[in-house]
Write a protein that binds this ligand. Structure first.
Ligand SMILES: C[S@@+](CC[C@H](N)C(=O)[O-])C[C@H]1O[C@@H](n2cnc3c(N)ncnc32)[C@H](O)[C@@H]1O
Length: 222
């Protein structure tokens, strides 16, 4: 079962009661997504590569929060984003309609568009943002090779869903990344970093969001 719970920054997250696992940090869902995926992923990628257009792969669409924050940032940075997001267990409309991420009419409309866009079809949300949501498990998706500048790896924690944190999954993602592409995750587990290094990535530990000491950024050699 899925339930909505508040986090410490006031933004909602979801709890999967079977796994007893939340979709975001309980210290702040928006705070965590912004720190990990937007600031250390998207902004880093855009500024270090001086990019005007970006392809992003997300593992775990979930609430749509990362997609929503990326859409907003793409407008602010005046860049074009193609965003492919994988989610085998879509959140129901009854749940996503209650989430409090969007403020104001324009934002609310954008959030609804992200959720109502059709599955498995690349769809224009606006001139800055194209979205394709895919409703299959990541290993069942035939990802295009060498396509992505950035991967948001936002699976449930290794303790809760160990089959997502395997070399087979990492290699599947790396094959889909461009040389110089970045994989970003909130997870800072030693084994995860060692496994990413073992398949040739350059791995950095970065300060985590409030409540978490570290997070991980990994680059595929150019
Ligand atoms: C930590 S939550 C995602 C949070 C999401 N990015 C958000 O902002 O709400 C992990 C997500 O991974 C999804 N998931 C579970 N198994 C998966 C699989 N095999 N492939 C891709 N996603 C999976 C879950 O359903 C869940 O939505």
């Amino acid at each position: 079962m899925i339930e909505i719970i508040p986090t410490k920054d006031g933004s909602h997250t979801l709890r999967n009661t079977l796994l007893n696992e939340t979709y975001h940090s309980i210290y702040g869902a928006i705070q965590e997504s912004t720190h990990v995926f937007i600031n250390n992923g998207l902004e880093y990628c855009v500024h270090s590569g001086n990019k005007k257009a970006l392809t992003i792969l997300e593992v775990g669409f979930g609430t749509g929060l990362n997609a929503f924050l990326t859409l907003r940032k793409s407008i602010e940075l005046n860049i074009e984003v193609e965003y492919i997001s994988i989610e085998p267990f879509p959140v129901s409309e009854a749940i996503w309609k209650e989430l409090n991420y969007a403020q104001g009419a324009e934002d609310k409309q954008r959030f609804i568009q992200l959720h109502q866009s059709p599955w498995n079809i690349l769809t224009e949300i606006n001139s800055h943002f194209h979205l394709q949501k895919i409703d299959k498990p990541i290993l069942q998706v035939a990802l295009p090779k060498l396509k992505f500048d950035l991967v948001y790896f936002d699976a449930f924690a290794p303790e809760k869903q160990p089959d997502m944190w395997t070399i087979q999954v990492y290699q599947h993602l790396v094959d889909a990344m461009k040389p110089g592409g970045i994989l970003i995750t909130y997870c800072a587990k030693g084994q995860v970093k060692r496994d990413l290094k073992s398949i040739g990535l350059q791995v950095e530990a970065l300060p985590g969001p409030p409540g978490k000491r570290e997070m991980t950024r990994a680059m595929k050699p150019a």
